[in-house]
Write a protein that binds this ligand. Structure first.
Ligand code: UD1
Ligand code: CA
Length: 483
């Protein structure tokens, strides 16, 4: 799309249509709330609309109204909600939407809540073309090999004379392959007047917005069309097949954008990056990655393979291998993985480590501190430089309440400890292997449980006679290796 040149500084409004039933989705979730690359479809439509700086951004709702309105309150509190009544059709939807547009004149855009790839540049281009030509209506069109289902653009030479819906078209009109995208720029006054004249005398008994084009011409308005070359920009989601197809396409575009900004992506086809994710230069994304939500990935990191991060912050130079992470922070130059589960509230310091088969939750693990192997650390604080021995468990839950564990700086927790919360391990203390830590360990102390090991000589040969173990024990004894 060409650069916008003389876009009016503020548009009168954008009306986003989102009242339709979305029957073909066969879903209890309203169509426009289905997520794509981390945002609901209608949220994508709103982000595109914001780019043209409308005085009023209106979303027209009806089907599953409450769910849609509550989502909009979360993601676009500035959007105005217009309710469509029981008169059906895109014309009626726009008429209801215009009740929320305060301006008396100027340019107003109509877009759909289920057209996720439409972007701000395309809308700005539409506004420029519309205002430069002095049009009453400018419709964004696409040339399709298969135009089935779409409204067809009727022309008299270069001039657009109207739009005919597929269901109302003659066989000759059905042969036209220039279709109505459903995205338009209108002169607000012309649109208001024309909608007052739109009836429901058509195959579907609906108020068609498309009738406005012919009506505008009748009253002397200029009607134009702006064909776009990238038809995917205006493709709508009607079913879950299109949801997946357009979702993959949106992801392809997002991944490409990051690669152009210096992110190394080994396998774009298995790399999924949400709309709100940021990634620094020279970070390498290995195959099989999903970066969701508001992930902020630093530069020079290595992420993957096979990792899913949601709302995770990763510092520069960190390594994240086969990790499932949610609402966690990984410090610069830290390493996590493989096979590691970071739950909400995990904060790992600079050059820290959370290793294989570990799970952490609500745990602040200091700079250079390590939880290297097979451990669970929850509701805990681990000071800088501390090492947690393999297979150590923080028992944070007594079956009723959760309690906190505080481990100081440069502590050496032995392997296979159970730290029964609430408990505190002072700075520079240590615990023996297999310690059940029920009481605080003061700074600098060694905490151990006094459980003596006793060996019963000859037990295997006596009690497990005939086994491979008994034979091995006998051989060892005969060779004098028993000790
Ligand atoms: C509409 C156009 C058609 C165009 C096609 C592009 C009309 C009459 N036809 O057809 O020319 O080629 O879009 O996709 O405009 N909606 C409401 N309220 C309603 C009906 C629809 O808000 O009463 C919303 C829907 O939620 C959807 C959009 O309008 O976002 C389009 O509705 P849809 O039923 O898909 O229109 P089509 O029949 O496909
Ligand atoms: Ca449609």
């Amino acid at each position: 799309m060409s650069e916008p040149s003389s876009v009016s500084s503020q548009l009168a409004g954008v009306v986003v249509l989102a009242a339709g039933a979305g029957t073909r989705m066969k879903s209890s979730l309203p169509k426009v709330l289905h997520p794509m690359c981390g945002r609901a479809l209608v949220h994508h439509a709103i982000e595109a609309a914001r780019a043209v700086n409308p005085a009023d951004l209106v979303v027209v709702v009806r089907h599953e109204r409450e769910q849609v309105v509550s989502h909009l309150a979360d993601v676009a509190a500035d959007a105005l909600i217009a309710d469509q009544d029981d008169i059906p059709g895109t014309g009626r939807a726009v008429q209801c939407g215009l009740e929320k547009v305060k301006a008396a004149n100027g340019t107003v855009l109509v877009t759909y809540g289920d057209v996720p790839l439409l972007d701000g540049d395309t809308l700005n281009g539409l506004v420029s073309a519309h205002e430069e030509a002095g049009n009453a209506v400018t419709v964004l069109t696409a040339l399709l090999d298969d135009a089935t289902g779409y409204g067809r653009i009727l022309r008299d030479g270069d001039a657009v004379t109207g739009i005919v819906e597929h269901k109302d078209a003659t066989p000759e009109q059905l042969a036209i392959n220039e279709v109505n995208s459903g995205i338009y720029a209108f002169d607000l006054q012309v649109l208001r007047d024309a909608l007052g004249k739109v009836g429901t005398d058509n195959a579907q008994g609906e108020m068609y917005l498309t009738d406005v084009l012919a009506i505008a011409r009748e009253v002397g308005g200029k009607v134009g069309a702006l064909p776009i070359s990238d038809a995917l920009l205006v493709e709508g989601v009607n079913d879950k097949v299109q949801l997946a197809t357009l979702g993959r396409e949106m992801n392809r575009r997002i991944v490409e954008k990051h690669m152009r900004e210096g992110v190394t992506v080994v396998d774009p086809a298995t790399t999924w990056i949400g709309s709100d994710v940021t990634i620094g230069r020279d970070t390498v994304l290995l195959p099989g990655i999903q970066l969701n939500g508001a992930c902020e990935i630093g530069s020079g990191c290595e992420i993957g393979p096979d990792s899913t991060l949601t709302d995770v912050k990763v510092g520069d130079g960190a390594t994240v291998t086969r990790v499932h992470g949610v609402q966690a922070q990984i410090g610069p130059e830290a390493t996590v993985g493989p096979f590691t589960y970071l739950r909400p509230g995990t904060v790992l310091g600079r050059k820290g480590k959370i290793g294989g088969f570990c799970e952490t939750k609500n745990a602040v693990i200091g700079d250079g501190a390590k939880v290297p192997h097979l451990s669970y650390v929850g509701d805990a604080e681990v000071g800088e430089g501390t090492n947690i021995g393999a297979a150590t468990i923080v028992a944070n839950y007594d079956g009723v309440n959760k309690h906190r564990t505080k481990i100081g700086k440069h502590v050496r927790v032995g392997s296979d400890n159970v730290l029964v919360a609430p408990v505190t391990l002072g700075d520079g203390c240590a615990t023996g292997a297999g310690t059940l830590v029920r009481e605080d360990v003061p700074a600098g102390a060694l905490g151990i449980n006094e459980v003596r090991q006793r060996n019963i000589e000859g037990w295997t040969e006596a009690r497990r006679a005939g086994t491979a173990s008994a034979k091995a024990a006998a051989e060892s004894r005969e060779n004098g290796e028993g000790k």
